[in-house]
Design a protein around this ligand. Sequence first.
Ligand code: G3P
Length: 216
Amino acid sequence: MKFFLDTANIEEIKRVNRLGLVDGVTTNPTIIAREGRDFEEVIKEICSIVDGPVSAEVIGLTTDEMVKEAREIAKWADNVVVKIPMTEDGLAAVNILSKEGIKTNVTLIFTVAQGLMAAKAGATYISPFVGRLDDIGTDGMELIHGLKTVLDNYGYEAEIITASVRNLAHVEAAAIAGADIATIPGSLFPKLWSHPLTDKGIEQFLEDWKSVPKKD
Ligand code: G3P
């Protein structure tokens, strides 16, 4: 399973990248706004740190606007992926961009049908938002299971990025469902390798170690 970091914060990216755990990065306009930095500058910096795909989202809503922005963003780095919203115009943009070899990540997917449309239009990645589905009282993880089944049924190459991940259970469930990728907020990532019983165990070992006779 691949792990992406859902952040544009350079310190968070460097912290996890040091462990060899970052396969890519995803951003969106909200995440970029949080950093208070120029969009192009921050994306280029992330692309220089991380080897894998780095998603940067378009703002335009018409096909023409999205394609124009995407072509510009695609020039920023070899590993940049253009994030396109799941709309009719977005699908048309993905269709054009995929033929030009520009990689796309179709975002804000909430149904199996939307994911299927995006994959068929030529998306490289599709991003179902599990947390936001949970927020409205539905089971976001059911969507991951459904998408996995449908993409496998027909052999689509689009990879599933489990997005809007809010907790460790989401990451584990995405792995069990066979999602290709989970994109994880920087604040959540450390919870994947931590456990209070691990910390307690280390503390106990060090305490007991004090009673071991030492030569000097
Ligand atoms: O990857 C999409 C993600 O950033 C959205 O997360 O928590 O705003 O629903 P959230």
